[in-house]
Design a protein around this ligand. Structure first.
Ligand code: PLP
Length: 436
């Protein structure tokens, strides 16, 4: 890494005395009250008033009939995926997943927690390339995937960085093929989408919907997540599975495999204290995105895009992508990287290193799942069809791979809602200096 603090390009810029985070928890005081209340009343367990209250309040906010509070977004995604598997293919034996031998179409550029539950349930994830307009699942690539694998009946779709994807198109394609949707709204709580002319929240758009209260999310419980649904049967099943699948018997009786996935009443106390501030956090995140858009307008970069007619992101993370002709050389191996500085150009790794040198935290774009070592043998579908093995020693392939391109040229910027305008101006200045 270069010595950014002594590099002439960065002369006059001071290091942040306190680290500027990508996205850290923002406590307000109410959290302490509800946690104390749980302890005072001795509801220090996976039952209690905080859990009941957060389930009620989030269901009301998002506009679903039922919310089931769980230990993590990942737990919600697992139960959602299992519910879908059981609905489509029936109950599995205790030692097998509900998706055994089945294919599932999955968002490709996302956190692996979105799609790992497909593997927990013994299914095979087929990765669907990303579109450049919202950085989410490409409906065209999804159509190609149904041409290649017409028997597929499940799609797992995430809203990247709080920006709703092209859900209307994706739903229409799924309806045409009789496929169900697991919606991963872990990053997008509070984001809105215009579905068939009506504004609705993300977290209501799939057949099975999930959110997260992980420490870096727009509101947090330190951990935690929820399964959201309009189906009482699915809500009850998720609740049962999450509490070790106890039957209604005087002793511990089990007809099904269970999990210890329920949210604790202490965690729920933190979430309960955060809910009143959700809209405020979103407004702060939006202001950050807008300041970046303005402050970086004169550079050869673009902000992460969103559909201004059909969506209102929650602006969880602000990101940028460098124009191709302003990309300085950068190579990434499996665990390390190299880059070169060139006048008028920069690269995500250079910008991330420069930010880190000045004590600010950015992050690479989620490395697409089809590029991950664990999933390299899984199919990947682009707008051109099969995205694997399109070139060989004799024929040059077109190499369309939108996700790989955004990963190569993009990065997540410090997006903490406590960042002041002055601090953000300094971040913007550091990015400008990278292009000198
Ligand atoms: C897109 C996405 N899906 C799933 C998860 C998993 O949520 P959790 O950390 O609550 O398990 C996260 C974040 O952590 C995420 O960003």
């Amino acid at each position: 890494m270069s010595d950014f603090l002594n590099d002439k390009r960065f002369a006059g810029i001071e290091k942040f005395p306190q680290k500027l985070w990508l996205s850290s928890p923002t406590m307000h005081g109410d959290e302490q009250h509800w946690v104390d209340e749980a302890i005072r009343t001795n509801w220090v367990s996976t039952v209690g008033a905080n859990i009941n209250e957060v389930e009620k309040q989030i269901a009301e906010y998002v506009g679903v009939k039922y919310a089931v509070a769980l230990s993590a977004g990942t737990a919600a995604l697992h139960l959602a995926t299992k519910l879908a598997g059981e609905k489509l293919y029936g109950q599995a034996r205790p030692n097998a997943g509900t998706l055994q031998g089945r294919r599932v179409f999955c968002s490709d550029m996302t956190f692996d927690a979105s799609i790992n539950p497909v593997a927990y349930e013994d299914g095979e994830a087929i990765f669907i390339d990303t579109e450049p307009d919202t950085w989410n699942m490409s409906p065209q690539a999804l159509e190609k995937a149904f041409e290649l694998y017409p028997d597929t009946r499940l799609v797992v779709v995430a809203h990247l960085y709080g920006t709703p994807g092209k859900i209307e198109e994706i739903k229409a394609i799924c309806d045409m093929h009789g496929a169900l949707i697991v919606e991963d709204a872990a990053e997008s709580l509070g984001a809105k989408y215009k579905l068939n002319g009506r504004w609705v929240e993300t977290g209501t758009l799939g057949n099975y919907n999930c959110i997260s209260f992980n420490g870096n999310k727009v509101i947090t419980g330190s951990a935690g997540g929820m399964f959201l649904t309009d189906s009482l049967e699915d809500a009850n099943k998720a609740r049962k599975w999450s509490t070790q699948s106890r039957e209604n018997a005087p002793w511990y009786q089990h007809e099904e495999i269970g999990y210890n996935y329920r949210m604790s009443n202490i965690i729920a106390g933190i979430v309960r204290g955060q809910i009143p501030y959700l809209d405020e956090h979103i407004a702060q995140k939006r202001a950050i995105w807008e300041r970046y858009e303005k402050g970086l307008a004169d550079l050869p970069v673009k902000m992460n895009p969103w559909d201004r007619e059909k969506s209102e992101p929650n602006f969880w993370l602000s990101c940028l992508i460098i124009d191709e002709d302003a990309m300085a050389p950068q190579v990434r191996g499996e665990q390390n990287y190299l880059y070169k500085s060139e006048p008028g150009k920069s690269s995500p790794q250079e910008i991330l290193d420069a930010l880190a040198a000045f004590n600010a935290e950015g992050r690479p774009i989620w490395k697409p799942m089809h590029m991950q070592p664990i999933y390299r043998t899984h199919p990947f579908v682009t707008v051109e069809g099969n995205g694997r093995g399109r070139s060989n020693a004799y024929i040059a392939g077109s190499g369309v791979d939108v996700g790989a391109d955004i990963f190569r040229r993009g990065l997540c910027l410090p997006s903490d809602n406590k960042m002041t305008a002055e601090q953000q101006e300094r971040v913007i200045e550091i990015i400008h200096r990278c292009f000198l």
